[in-house]
Design a protein around this ligand. Structure first.
Ligand code: GDP
Length: 329
């Protein structure tokens, strides 16, 4: 019988790639949607006919419980939540509700559906939690690995750190197969336009087509460990297929700057970034996380996971996709 997966945050960048990946592996895929979400007008519009849906809210435990009861999944991928870090200062409490408490509510739903308590162990449902490199924040060592100390620097990072710890706690308390992937930044043509890589590739395409003249950016020297989202969802799936549940850092282990991103994106569309990029001091962040760089050795060794695209290929792919999309209207 086909395995069943339930994905929260299915309309997001990662949710859409994960749904495609799992459908390709023969899974029956369910998506959790919020009450006002229209999948036909989202990143999964092309998959709607192949998916099943159930509606739930992350601040409503009963709705999450009934979503798990309806889908009866073998695997749950918890990808729901706010993801753009700077705006989490503006709604810190909501971020904590969804990115933090939402994880606890999901774990409780699994515990209830599987009938687990302190005297019973295991349960049939495997759980993946989307943890984040933002948990490392003010880093104590570089590169960061699975046991590097967390020092989150934003409400987003703090909420994700709670989600990470509570997932491990349910694994240890109830013997649940519950794991976290500590994922570094991952991008794609489906990345939200507020994130710097996509902001740059969209602008390069718009400038090429004469729709825009300048691109305003903040700190050009900021560096990140950027990978391709399509590779990262494969790691999520692999993490739920192991003999023993454990957490993994997923990243490329290489750093690139905003300046390099701009150079590659503009070159891809046949322009020179220096003719179009303007540094805007208002876009420079006051309290930045320090340089985050992954040590993905454990994922390489135990999951056999490796990125399939180089950074240059990733940015080229994004710039080409934006140019194609904008050219054809
Ligand atoms: P984050 O790592 O989740 O914050 O991902 P972002 O893509 O939003 O930002 C990555 C880095 O790019 C950060 O260090 C930003 O300070 C830097 N950056 C420089 N200019 C910009 C900009 O115009 N927009 C954004 N979003 N980031 C910028």
């Amino acid at each position: 019988m086909a395995k069943r997966a339930l994905i929260t945050g299915i309309t997001g960048q990662d949710g859409s790639y994960l749904a495609e990946h799992l459908l390709g592996l023969g899974y029956q895929v369910w998506g959790v949607l919020r009450h006002d979400s229209d999948p036909a007008a989202s990143r999964i519009a092309h998959l709607v006919g192949d998916l099943s849906f159930t509606r739930a809210e992350f601040d409503d435990s009963a709705s999450l419980l009934s979503a798990v009861e309806r889908a009866r999944p073998d695997e749950i991928y918890n990808l729901a939540g706010t993801s753009y870090v700077p705006t989490t200062w503006r709604h810190a409490e909501l971020t904590t509700e969804v990115n933090g408490m939402g994880v606890l509510r999901m774990l409780e739903a699994i515990r209830v559906v599987c009938g687990l308590d302190e005297s019973t162990a295991g349960g049939g449902i495997r759980f993946y939690q989307a943890s984040s490199s933002e948990m490392f924040g003010k880093v104590t060592e570089t590169p960061q690995h699975e046991t590097t100390i967390f020092h989150p620097r934003s409400p987003y990072g703090v909420a994700k750190t709670y989600g990470h710890h509570i997932t491990r706690n349910y694994r240890e308390s109830f013997g649940m197969y519950a794991v976290s992937g500590i994922m570094f930044n991952h991008e794609s043509p489906r990345r939200g336009s507020e994130f710097v890589t996509r902001k740059i590739t969209l602008a390069a395409a718009n400038i090429k087509l004469g729709h825009q003249d300048k691109l305003h950016l903040g700190n050009l020297d900021a560096q990140r460990d950027w990978g391709y989202a399509g590779d990262y969802v494969k790691a999520m799936h692999l993490m739920l297929q192991q003999p023993t549940p454990t957490d993994y850092v997923i990243g490329t282990g290489t750093l690139h700057s905003v300046r390099e991103t701009a150079r590659i994106a503009f070159e891809t569309v046949g322009l020179d970034w220096r003719d179009h990029v303007v540094v805007d001091p208002d876009l420079i962040r006051p309290a930045e996380v320090e340089t985050l760089c992954a040590n993905p050795a454990k994922a390489h060794a135990e999951l056999g996971w490796k990125p399939s695209l180089t950074f240059e290929e990733l940015i080229q792919t994004m710039a080409e996709a934006d140019l194609r999309r904008l050219s054809t209207g």
